[in-house]
Design a protein around this ligand. Sequence first.
Ligand code: IPM
Ligand code: MG
Length: 358
Amino acid sequence: MAQDNFRIAVIPGDGIGKEVIPVGMTLTDQAAAICGFSVEWTEFDWSCDRYVEKGSMMPDDAIEQLKQFDAIFLGAIGWPTVPDHESLWNSLIPMRRELDLYANIRPVRLLKGIESPLRGREAGDIDFVVVRENVEGEYSSIGGRLYGGTEQEQVSQLSVFTQRGCDRIMRYAFELAKQRPRKLVTSATKSNGIMHTMPYWDERFKAVAAQYPDIETNQFHIDILTAHFVQHPDWFDVVVGSNLFGDILSDLGPAVTGSIGIAAGGNINPERVYPSLFEPVHGSAPDIAGKGIANPIATVWTAAMMMAHLGQKDCEALLMSTIEAALQDPAGRTADLAGQATTADCQAVLSRHLASNA
Ligand code: IPM
Ligand code: MG
């Protein structure tokens, strides 16, 4: 029998994370009821507020606790009261590593009802996925500072690219491309300027590509690739990049499709040994937090990805058609989409469309 109840850990986190996560939960519950299953949410207060209050972002056994769930739904981590490297390296980054969430999947799609800042692009013209390596590369704790406070002060930081790490993210990208109509994988590199890791990345890309003769490939250095994202977003299908390059590309991609306020993401453990973690791309947004104006659509799209990962494809389809309907309804448009709706207005519009779509 298909699973009909899912246990999901919820970490609203900081800033607008706390405002958009409840919308994601409500819409998911509403869609799940229609699709005939239920979700049991267990909320954790792991955040910068907790750090200020208790001295740590999360308890020592946090990761062990998370392992008990089917999935993890996270809002955003980071707040000006705690240095970012301190808050992130004691929460999200260890979660990604210890749960082996090595594939960060961020879809970039121009949806109906959204105007791209690029002239002449219609819904459907932009449709690609950024596949970001999520546990190694430039995000490394190896390094340090020497002669601090003297004239010889120096810092160094080591990037780490392993064969296993490169190959498995590239294989993920090729497997994803196989399921998509275009069948193209683009690699983000910088082997003209970075002399060891990036030529190695290219070497592994070539080796992995050889195992997928039916998939077309190309590669660009990251600098011109960012220009192509703006000038030729229609050139891309699946784009695979290292941790840092993927990070940058997955902000730029959604920006060219209208707003980072709709960008969804999943941190995936493809082998399903551990629960995968789903979070919108936008972050805690201190500039607008507390005002009730954050766009909850990224979170609802993120919830849709989570439902798909849990095998609930009908629920994913229902949430996605709800988002598309809501985006065409000016009453639900938040400021990032040039509207005046509050988070609550947008939730009401989503909820109404969901009920009538079902
Ligand atoms: C993201 C974020 C994080 C990252 C930060 C908050 C550490 O920008 O998920 O894209 O760089 O991975
Ligand atoms: Mg980022």
